[in-house]
Design a protein around this ligand. Structure first.
Ligand code: ASP
Length: 438
């Protein structure tokens, strides 16, 4: 049995609804369907959830939200009319509009996109609609996995072929509570985990994860299989297809997630697994990166023998509320890599505190640094991977500013000047993926 989740672009209009129906009907194991709110599509330029956010904002200032709500109405009415559905969507929409006028909560209002989308799809498929307010349990703003699992088993016991709205549940006071944006992915994974699904299929508008950002690398290869750990490393650095928190409920149960494309369902997509072969695989699974970091270099002779040196160093950053991203060091020097966003206006204060507190011989900074993560479980068994990366970078004239490899050996982080960012990613990609271009 499979849990299948469709993202906003898969439900943007009636044509997309038809594709969704075909996909579901193709495989009778696709029994539990989780949906997002309609997203941007050929005929609509706005995500329904964004429009609902606007409606709530306007209504809470006693301003007229008719015009914005009309766009939402059109999205749903067009789908229902195009597909000749029997659902009385106008009355349901009127009810939602009244609730917004009467001061419904923010979470309630923004959850209606998923709620309506699930009601419409259940009508179209002839599946039962089950409201996720009765399935997903929140404790204040955090989802309670154990309670949710109990509820899901209880409510869905003996039920098959159902449609469930993603993105929300209810809290201890039975009030609608939402996940963070993009959270329908989490609903799907909680249901898959609770029911012990064979697979969690997540349909979106791309055929899985790509080895590198297509805005940087021309036509990059698709990642066929990736482990949860590799994905965590890549998404932290910026590769986003699936909500980060969607991995946690599935991790312990070893349920595979298959990222697939509604517009090309025949493509295999990417399979995310708790564990997979690290032998017969590409050495590098993916390359991702992030711009806008600063490196603060500290030099102090014999700093390694000062027992409290690193404690003092981290205290300065902690007291300024700045997380340290990386901390490569040598005998007499250490580099602290921090994100510009967190450092912003605190730079002078931090440098001053480091000078006084650590009594450093020299402090210097380098701005405009980008970090690149080269991730791959295949690196554990391969020799000479770093040398290949560094040679490729040297040949392309990229100056490496920092290197860091964790003990897991699945990730090498390289700091380069931001002006070299795109060039660096392209040269690493070519080294491991494009034999013919070398
Ligand atoms: N509709 C919500 C959003 O736009 C949740 C989701 O699509 O997963 O963030």
């Amino acid at each position: 049995m499979k849990i299948v989740k469709f993202g906003g672009s898969s439900l943007a209009d009636s044509e997309q609804f038809q594709k969704v129906k075909n996909i579901i009907e193709e495989d009778s194991d696709r029994k539990y369907i989780v949906v997002s709110a309609p997203g941007k599509g050929k005929h609509n330029n706005h995500k329904v959830t964004d429009l609902l956010v606007m409606c709530h904002q306007l209504a809470s200032h006693d301003l007229n939200f008719n015009e914005v709500f009309k766009i939402i109405e059109d999205v749903f009415v067009n789908i229902v009319e195009d597909l000749n559905l029997t659902i009385d969507i106008r009355t349901i929409l009127d009810d939602v509009k009244n609730e917004i006028t009467n001061g419904a909560s923010y979470d309630y209002v923004i959850s209606r996109g998923e709620n309506l989308s699930a009601q419409v799809l259940s009508n179209y498929l002839g599946f039962e609609f089950i409201d996720s307010k009765d399935l997903v349990v929140f404790n204040k703003r955090t989802v309670d996995f154990n309670k949710s699992e109990k509820k899901i088993k209880e409510v869905l016991e003996g039920k098959e072929y159902v449609v469930i709205p993603g993105f929300y549940g209810s809290n201890e006071e039975s009030k609608i509570t939402t996940f963070s944006r993009g959270g329908s992915d989490i609903t799907g994974s909680i249901i898959a985990s609770s029911l012990g699904a064979e697979k969690y299929e997540n349909f979106t508008d791309v055929s899985g994860f790509l080895v590198a950002d297509p805005k940087i690398v021309n036509n990059p290869a698709t990642i066929n299989t990736i482990t949860y750990k590799e994905l965590r490393e890549l998404s932290y650095m910026g590769a986003k297809v699936l909500h980060e928190e969607a991995l946690f409920p599935l991790r312990d149960k070893n349920i595979p997630i298959n990222i697939k494309n509604t517009n090309a369902p025949e493509d295999a997509g990417t399979l995310i697994l708790a564990k997979c072969d690290s032998k017969n695989t590409n050495i590098v699974t993916g390359i991702s990166g992030k711009k806008d970091f600063t490196v603060i270099n500290l030099e102090k002779v014999n700093m390694n023998s000062e027992i409290d040196f690193f404690r003092k160093l981290t205290t300065v950053f902690e007291s300024n509320d700045i997380p340290i991203e990386h901390l490569p060091s040598s005998i007499d020097s250490v580099s602290v890599v921090v994100s510009d966003l967190k450092l912003s206006s605190k730079m002078d204060k931090v440098l001053e505190s480091l000078k006084i507190y650590l009594n450093a011989d020299k402090i210097s900074t380098e701005r405009d640094i980008s970090l690149i993560a080269v991730v791959g479980r295949g690196m554990i068994n391969a020799k000479g991977v770093s040398s290949r990366i560094f040679t490729a970078l040297a040949k392309s004239g990229v100056n490496i500013k920092m290197i860091s490899q964790g003990s897991s050996e699945i990730n090498i982080i390289i700091g380069v000047e931001t002006k070299d960012f795109e060039n660096a990613i392209n040269s690493i990609y070519k080294e491991f993926y494009k034999e013919e271009e070398k």
